[in-house]
Design a protein around this ligand. Structure first.
Ligand code: IVH
Length: 690
């Protein structure tokens, strides 16, 4: 500690003040605007300088200093704080009709034709109140019962999006800001990942994680969790406060005071505007960085708000229009095993029907064995089921308090329930797989279903039930067998008549004319989705050639990494798979070669097309395989020895005897640059041709 004379102390104080407001400004840009204006390292220097100065002059530390966001000793208990103005709740509207009735009530009570509304997301977090005394954050509390809450000032101070001081302190001696503390979805995922790595309990959802983090007696724990505060209101209970006439003006003021106000907050007019906002937000819901459980409509005009007043504990001037709940609890009746196309055994929870996310759910995925263990799920438990948007419903947690005495543990079977083959879980993998391959009827069914699906060979009328029958009656073993089916056999199956059999045979016949990307996708090679199938087909329109590429060559293809390359190579190295492909082609399956216009154009316009190249030596920027692929894409050929038929030799550093041979035979020798410009010319021509 350093003792100062008054003049020096004033200078240090000014320096500290300047540092604090600079840091607060950068916190605002970083945490509120989400757009930092200086590099992190520069920020760290500022922060450290402030810390060092404060260490030297501890009597000059102020509660609004950014260094004071953390570091207080843990509390024994939370003390209670009485809210100066009660924190009320909102009435809910669950249907459009209820929202329409809300607007009608308002118009009638105000005797107006149309009302201006502020519209906001309804954050799924925890309501808190922040009191600023003479511009400094002095008290922060939970909502509690609405009248008194818990004093969590120390914890709220750790939240970087909460300003520790207001920008225009002098005007107001007491100012209360209200809003919601949430954990952003990304921060929640990250926290759970950390918990998982540490083998600790997972949080069920961002709201629970935010609540758990905020109600910590040790603010250092809160500081380590990433929380965000969204402001949605201010209380104007004091005489000398700035006067606002609209809720939207309050939000603007809060923004000017560097509070985070949701970007999705806005203004609208009339009930049509409210409903449009509701629909827009339900569409946006999943892509928002924070969770919401509805939207809030508030009469914008504060005089009108006052006229409308309150009913019991809720304002008449606002309503929460809720989205269908994404989570609900129900009984887990059984755990069954589903066998996927790639043999993955997935535990699936059979549930007592429950209405969640707008539909009745009876099944939910449990992902894999580890997830069941981690979530401590037992058969007979009451569980929380979540269905967000169109995402497959999942069991997120167990309500342990409601576990019945007869609850049974789940044991992953060591044999495939569909074919009895051994089920194995490879080291480092979360998934247990049936080792039966296409011997396994479940995998065969899935493989056929995938082959016939819309984005693959698109065989109309070949549904799941029919595939089950075809496999169970051993009429079909592989996709190639589909092309051997005839009307008589099909018409004899359950729920099939002559007409439907005839339609199906026609559809199967139609599917013979396809495209190479569809065909590759239809094969159901692990990790090959539509995009990769297209990338492969773009590379070479020659399936035979694709089947012979080695792992290194495959990895030169865009989007193909080591795992995908291995999977493709493994697939084509199986004699069984090659045989199925041979049968498919001999039954008449075909596609236009070079069916990509651009590729065709590039090939016809290409200076490389029809030319024969020999590559030698190390090229500066690409491997010989990459060069080969590029040449072949434009219709050129690459051979391994130089002869009079060779059009060009492309030589890198340390070329071999092929280079000497080229000189002897007077064959033009190109370097990489020359090869590239040769290749480039063509694409320019091709573009012009387009
Ligand atoms: S206004 C008079 N606006 O909903 C009511 N509340 O049931 C003042 N909430 O406890 C609240 N988002 O936690 C308001 N944009 C928003 C909100 C919001 C979420 C919560 C708040 C409150 C509950 C009301």
């Amino acid at each position: 500690m350093v003792i100062l004379d008054m003049v020096s102390e004033k200078i240090i104080e000014e320096r500290l003040k300047a540092l604090r407001s600079t840091i607060a400004l950068h916190d605002f840009h970083y945490y509120v605007q989400d757009a930092p204006i200086i590099p992190d390292a520069d920020y760290d220097v500022l922060f450290r300088t402030l810390q060092q100065l404060e260490q030297q002059y501890p009597h000059l530390i102020t509660p609004d200093s950014p260094t004071q966001r953390v570091g207080a000793p843990p509390l024994k208990v939370f003390t209670r704080l009485t809210h100066q103005t009660p924190m009320l709740s909102l009435t809910n509207a669950f249907t459009e009709d209820e929202a329409i009735a809300f607007d009608k009530r308002i118009r009638e009570a105000l005797n107006v034709d149309q009302v201006n509304y502020a519209v906001e997301p309804k954050f799924d977090g925890l309501a808190v109140s922040l009191v600023y005394t003479n511009g400094i954050l002095t008290n922060g509390a939970t909502r509690g019962d609405g009248y008194t809450g818990e004093d969590i000032t120390l914890n709220l101070r750790t939240i970087p999006s909460i300003p520790l001081r207001l920008q225009t302190a002098s005007a107001i001696n007491q100012f209360e800001v209200r809003g919601e503390v949430v954990m952003l979805k990304a921060d929640f995922e990250h926290l759970n990942e950390q918990q998982r790595n540490k083998g600790e309990k997972l949080f069920v959802n961002p709201r629970n994680a935010a609540a758990g983090s905020l109600r910590q007696l040790d603010s250092n724990i809160t500081a380590a969790r990433k929380l965000t505060f969204f402001a949605y209101d201010a209380v104007l209970s004091h005489k000398n406060q700035p006067l606002f006439s609209k809720h939207s003006a309050i939000l603007d003021y809060l923004k000017s005071q560097q509070f985070l106000v949701a970007q999705q907050s806005g203004m609208t007019t009339g009930v049509a505007g409210l409903l449009a906002y509701y629909h827009e937000m339900s569409t946006l819901r999943l892509s928002l960085p924070y969770e919401i459980d509805g939207v809030v409509y508030k009469v914008d005009n504060l005089t009108q708000q006052e006229t409308l007043g309150y009913v019991s504990r809720a304002p008449r001037f606002a309503v929460a229009h809720k989205f269908p709940a994404q989570e609900a609890s129900t009984k887990l009746l059984a755990i069954e095993i589903q066998v996927g196309r790639t043999g993955a055994l997935t535990p699936v929870a059979r549930l007592a029907p429950v209405f969640v996310g707008g539909v009745t759910v009876t099944n939910a995925t449990l992902h894999n064995e580890d997830e069941v263990q981690r979530k401590q799920i037992m058969i007979g438990d009451t569980v929380i089921v979540r269905r967000a948007g169109d995402v497959i419903p999942e069991v997120v947690a167990v309500i342990l308090e409601q576990r019945p005495a007869h609850a049974q543990p789940f044991i992953m079977p060591d044999h495939c329930p569909a074919c009895g083959s051994k089920a194995a879980r490879l080291p480092g993998e979360a998934v247990t797989r049936c080792t039966g391959g296409l011997y396994c009827p479940a995998q065969r069914k899935q493989a056929i279903w995938h082959f016939a699906s819309r984005r693959a060979l698109d065989i109309d009328g070949l549904g799941e039930k029919l595939i089950d029958q075809l496999i169970d009656c051993e009429l079909v073993h592989t996709p190639a067998d589909l092309y051997k089916l005839n009307i008589d056999t099909l018409a004899g199956l359950e729920r099939m008549a002559e007409k439907s059999a005839r339609n199906l045979v026609t559809a199967i016949e139609h599917s013979k004319r396809t495209t190479l990307p569809r065909f590759i996708y239809a094969l159901g090679i692990r990790h090959i989705g539509e995009a990769t199938a297209k990338a492969l087909a773009n590379q070479t329109s020659d399936l035979d050639r694709l089947m012979t590429l080695n792992i290194e060559q495959l990895q030169q293809i865009p989007d193909v990494g080591p795992v995908v390359a291995q999977s493709i190579a493994d697939f084509f190295s199986e004699a069984h798979n090659r045989e199925v492909i041979r049968q498919l082609l001999s039954s008449g399956l075909q596609w236009e070669v070079a069916n990509h216009d651009a590729q065709q154009l590039a090939q016809t316009n290409s200076a490389v097309s029809g030319k024969t190249f020999v590559l030698t030596g190390t090229l500066p920027t690409m491997t010989r395989d990459q060069a080969k692929i590029k040449i072949e894409q434009q219709g050129g050929k690459v051979t391994s020895s130089v002869s009079s038929a060779t059009s060009y030799v492309v030589a890198g550093s340390d070329p071999g005897s092929k280079y000497t041979k080229a000189i002897e035979l007077s064959i033009p020798v190109l370097d990489e640059d020359q090869l590239l410009s040769l290749l480039q010319n063509i694409s320019i021509d091709a573009q012009q041709g387009n």
